[in-house]
Design a protein around this ligand. Structure first.
Ligand code: PMP
Length: 442
């Protein structure tokens, strides 16, 4: 069993080695794409999917098949949600412009969004992606503290700009982040024993001390508050607080990356950080914010933005533009009106219940972690319980054959990542659980 660490985009990725197994039309598209996109072309699955449409928690392919989507948190309130489609189309026909004008929809959206945040997080700077949000967050904390050093988890992913790649250890195929980025193991009893909160905080403290000893001033602790790329770590609620205290005691700030858990996905709170009872200094957002419309944002304290703005001009042409704001407003409306936080809690709990039962007869299902519709399920060797990335990969491809899409996470890629649109129904969850049962008992 291979236990090599995998780069994040290598998980469930298509390899040209499988080209011979493809049907003619898929092969033609793969080669056409490769021809223009070059080496950065990344595709899912041994047999990539040619998608042509989507609705709710399903995707349709060119051959007319419908797939249940347990992978995508970009269309967070449901693929092509009519409310979002209508809001975006209407605004596009009315006004779309860069953001150095007064326009009502932008002000409405900023106020509606900020109402979901605790004091003193009363300002928002809009961006277009999660990467841009984290890039700006790094600039804010470095300007405020005069520090440079950042502590992240060992398999973190925070985006793709130059600065953000440095704080994304999971992106490195060769080499490692610079000395001013220090990593700590993810918060799990396997790394820290029963006192996850104390152990994780101590590791953060040691990482800060180690960089200070090398003359690197500390700026911030930056975490994805559901630790998705590390393998999904949500429990016990509150464990993050001690690490945040540690960072602040060392003169640093705390950035919560909400690109993954934000917008009600965890079923209990609107934001992942709220599960831990902490108030970040900076919160970054992306993907789920616009249900597929590219948008992001940084919510923070006014003093941090003022400090930054006194040193640099910052203008983001498309960030929070009228169409983005209309999309964002529609997403907030749908989450509230369709009770999607409650749905995430209910359907997520149902999946855990079904799989926990299945585990009794399928020892390949290991530990299950997460909250709401963000779950990580360890796939392990039935013989000795060790991580089984090949087994996870086979399972993901077997689920694809049963028209269910799902991804992997964790440093080895052995964690099945359940992250569907938040409208997933109990009946759809049962389709997934039934398929897991059929495959794992086979
Ligand atoms: N932070 C996290 C936790 C992410 O998962 C991602 C994207 N997967 C990003 C930031 C970057 O977002 P984007 O791809 O929109 O730049």
């Amino acid at each position: 069993m291979g236990q090599a660490k995998k780069e994040i985009l290598a998980l469930n990725a298509f390899s040209l080695k499988n080209q011979a197994k493809l049907s003619d039309d898929v092969e033609r598209l793969v080669l056409r794409r490769r021809h223009s996109f070059g080496a950065t072309s990344v595709l899912f699955y041994e047999h990539p999917l040619h998608v042509v449409g989507a609705k709710g928690a399903t995707l349709t392919t060119a051959d007319g098949k419908t797939y249940l989507d347990l992978y995508n948190n970009v269309p967070s309130v449901g693929h092509c949600h009519p409310r979002v489609v209508e809001a975006v189309s209407r605004q596009m026909g009315l006004l779309n412009i860069h953001t150095r004008y007064l326009f009502d929809v932008g002000h409405d959206y900023a106020e509606r969004l900020l109402a979901y945040f605790p004091a003193p997080l009363t300002n928002v700077a809009f961006t277009c992606t999660g990467s841009e949000s984290n890039d700006l967050a790094l600039r804010l904390v470095r300007e405020a503290t005069g520090g440079l050093g950042v502590v992240v988890t060992a398999t973190a992913y925070h985006g793709n700009t130059t600065a953000v790649t440095e704080v994304s250890p999971s992106s490195y195929k060769t080499g490692a982040p610079p000395a001013y980025v220090r990593t700590v193991p993810p918060p799990h009893p396997g790394n820290y024993g029963a006192d996850v909160a104390g152990g994780f905080a101590a590791a953060v403290g040691e990482a800060i001390a180690a960089m200070k000893a090398e003359g690197i001033p500390f700026a911030a602790l930056l975490v994805d508050s559901i630790f998705s790329s590390d393998g999904v770590y949500a429990d016990p609620p509150g464990f993050l607080a001690a690490a945040v205290d540690k960072a602040r005691a060392a003169g640093g700030l705390f950035i919560a990356d909400e690109v993954q858990p934000g917008f009600a996905r965890t079923g209990t709170h609107m934001w992942g950080f709220a599960r831990h009872g902490v108030v970040p200094d900076v919160v970054t957002m992306g993907k789920p914010m616009g249900n597929g419309f590219p948008m992001g944002g940084v919510v923070t304290r006014p003093d941090l933005l003022e400090r930054f703005a006194s040193a640099f001009g910052y203008f983001n042409t498309f960030g929070g533009n009228p169409v983005a704001s209309a999309a964002g407003l529609a997403v907030l409306d749908v989450i509230a009106e369709e009770g999607l936080k409650e749905n995430a809690r209910k359907v997520g709990a149902h999946i855990v219940e079904r799989l926990a039962y299945l585990r009794g007869s399928c020892p390949a299902i290991g530990e299950m972690r997460g909250s709401g519709l963000y779950l990580g399920i360890d796939i392990v060797s039935p013989q000795d319980g060790s991580p089984d990335p090949e087994g996870a990969s086979r399972l993901i491809n077997a689920l694809r054959e049963k028209q269910i899409l799902i991804g992997a996470a964790g440093p080895l890629g052995h964690v099945l990542k359940v992250r569907p649109p938040l409208c997933l129904s109990i009946a759809q969850a049962d389709i997934f659980a039934d398929a897991m049962e059929a495959i794992l008992k086979r």
